[in-house]
Design a protein around this ligand. Sequence first.
Ligand SMILES: NC(=O)c1ccc[n+]([C@@H]2O[C@H](COP(=O)([O-])OP(=O)(O)OC[C@H]3O[C@@H](n4cnc5c(N)ncnc54)[C@H](O)[C@@H]3O)[C@@H](O)[C@H]2O)c1
Length: 243
Amino acid sequence: MRLKGKVAIITGGASGIGECMVDLFSSEGAIVIAADINEAALEKANQKKNVYGMKLNVASDEEWQVLAKEVNDRFGKIDILVNNAGIASEKPFQEINLDDWQKMLAINGFGPFAGMKHVAPYMAAQKQGSIINISSYTAQIGQGYNHYSASKGAVRAISKAAATTFGWQGVRVNALFPGIIETPMTKALSTSKELLGQLIQATPLQRLGKPEDIANAALFLASDESSYINGAEIVIDGGFSAQ
Ligand SMILES: NC(=O)c1ccc[n+]([C@@H]2O[C@H](COP(=O)([O-])OP(=O)(O)OC[C@H]3O[C@@H](n4cnc5c(N)ncnc54)[C@H](O)[C@@H]3O)[C@@H](O)[C@H]2O)c1
């Protein structure tokens, strides 16, 4: 019960890494709000103990404002925010246009920014809180000349800046940098055995990541065990980007 009595919002909580975090955090005693744009998928979340599915488009400033207030009013506080919702794209760089760029940056970049903007004040009011932003290994090394990497670079930069902005009010902000994790987002990879084999070969730990690998690190950052960790970056990629 490492999160006993805590109230957590996890965006993108209806699938993949987010869904895994929802299950782990609730099993560790938290009340979890699984916030996602996919309402149909949230029905499953709503059937879980201590989990509340709420519709949220993370790219909407207004929806964030309403959700943060609603959670705080209903549960009395917000202790944890995981900015995990995101989209990816396989488009080659020659085909990426301004609309693609703006949509990607709106969801993957503005989403976490707006989440912190609206939730951190509630955390600051109780002088404690933990925010975990999900970036990507592509924000750290030269992989992916595209809008996805740019959006994850934005997450990296605002996470550091937020740690120095909200830390003074007792709110910690840290970021996770997953490598390739087996989720619906990366399911296309499994259709090519050759590519899959190459990726595994290129990873020192000789496997792809699992949602649990990210959820366990998020649990540590969400819990009081990490109470002096603020502005940290944890890469979870089996050593791929260390090469
Ligand atoms: N899977 C990987 O290999 C990998 C690697 C590095 C980083 N990440 C990041 O981890 C996070 C989770 O990825 P995943 O693999 O679990 O993906 P996923 O596609 O399984 O889940 C993403 C979730 O985000 C939700 N979502 C999308 N747009 C939204 C919006 N506008 N508002 C609210 N919710 C929205 C989706 O409905 C979905 O439930 C993402 O930010 C992703 O970029 C994933």
